[in-house]
Design a protein around this ligand. Structure first.
Ligand SMILES: *Cc1c(COP(=O)(O)O)cnc(C)c1O
Ligand code: SF4
Length: 340
């Protein structure tokens, strides 16, 4: 470590991190009509859908959309539309039964060796298909509670060798809080790996600050960062640079996507995505079949179509660039592969 990074690592412990990314987030689009105007499109967003789950789109993400294209695959992921208000049988409020896998405040445990900590309810972007759009985050600890109950639970079960920081988006926490949390997790002897699930390197790459890089460098545990991009155009030069800086610290970078109608439901789109991810130093991990959450039916891709897409993908891509098609089935002991 150079003297320079040492100084920077030192500052990461102070609460005064340069607020540039927070300032940037404060300028995010919070109204569908505002975003549409920015894209030279006529207003046809849905106020009612936005009341249920507010619109939130960082400008850095909106700038990657094609102006004048109402069907832009990035826009479709984030614009509140009327279809969200449709009541479709089979699409429920808690399809994953997450409420029942909570084993301590803010801690979800579905699988034997890994526990997932809901660090915050907030995200830097609101994806309309989100499986947590109706999740009850009021249980998420904050302030003095300091996840102590969750960490006590992890401590009490030595089958847990991996802790996943998730949310919401854990990178919305101040770096010094993250550092403290990661430090506390690393104290638990049987925890061997730390995983961070975050969409922020994709949607708000300015959050990958020097202080955050220093935190990754100083982690006592090996770190796996799982980002979330659905379309090749989400990866621009700033995202690539942020990912390359993370990789230099030795973290493993993986990507998960959700298969979404009108966004990435073609072999071509997923092939482009895998190639662009690789160029950014990110390995494809999962492509998820949509969780059947109320308000997201218009994004659903039929299993047969998903399988057909995967067969084409398999013919065109190197084996290591092929994401695994999975779905979540409540009560099972892992994500379930969908064979094709
Ligand atoms: C998806 C998920 C995981 C991670 O599963 P992997 O297959 O290891 O990626 C862990 N815990 C919970 C509660 C999950 O929902
Ligand atoms: S970033 Fe992830 S958790 Fe947040 S709204 Fe999007 S899909 Fe949901």
């Amino acid at each position: 470590m150079t003297a320079q990074t040492l100084t920077k690592a030192g500052t990461s412990a102070s609460p005064q991190e340069p607020p540039t990314w927070r300032a940037e987030l404060a300028t995010a689009f919070r109204q569908g009509d505002e975003l549409l105007r920015f894209l030279d499109l006529e207003d046809r967003s849905c106020g009612e859908a936005a009341e249920q789950f507010p619109c939130l789109v960082p400008r850095a993400f909106a700038e990657r959309m094609n102006r004048g294209d109402r069907n832009d695959p990035l826009l479709r992921q984030v614009l509140p539309i009327d279809a969200e208000m449709d009541v479709v049988p089979g699409f429920e409020f808690d399809p994953l039964a997450e409420t029942s896998s909570q084993c301590a405040a803010g801690l979800l445990r579905k699988y034997k060796n890994r526990a997932l900590l809901v660090c915050t309810g907030a995200c830097a972007i609101h994806c309309r298909y989100c499986f947590r759009r109706h999740y009850d985050y009021t249980q998420t600890p904050s302030g003095a509670a300091w996840w102590s109950e969750a960490l006590t639970f992890v401590q009490s079960d030595n089958a847990i060798d991996e802790v996943i920081l998730s949310g919401g988006d854990p990178l919305l926490l101040p770096t010094n809080q993250l550092q403290r949390l990661i430090h506390d997790i690393a104290q638990i002897k049987h925890v061997k790996r730390l995983r961070i699930h975050t969409r922020i390197p994709i949607v708000l790459p300015s959050r990958i600050t020097e202080a955050f890089i220093a935190l990754l460098e100083s982690s006592a545990l090996p770190v796996v960062v799982v980002v979330h991009a659905n379309h090749a155009r989400e990866i621009d030069a700033a995202v690539k640079q942020a990912c390359q800086r993370m990789r230099k610290t030795g973290v493993h970078l993986l990507n998960q996507s959700v298969l979404l109608k009108g966004v990435n439901d073609s072999a071509k789109s997923l092939i482009d995505l895998s190639q662009v991810l690789f160029d950014a130093g990110i390995m494809p991990y999962y492509v998820h079949q949509l969780d059947k959450v109320a308000g997201t039916a218009h994004f659903a891709v039929a299993d047969e179509d998903a399988q057909e897409i995967m067969r084409s993908l398999q013919k065109e891509l190197s084996g290591y660039l092929l994401p695994r098609l999975v779905r979540e089935v409540p009560g099972t002991d892992s994500k379930q592969p969908l064979h094709y």
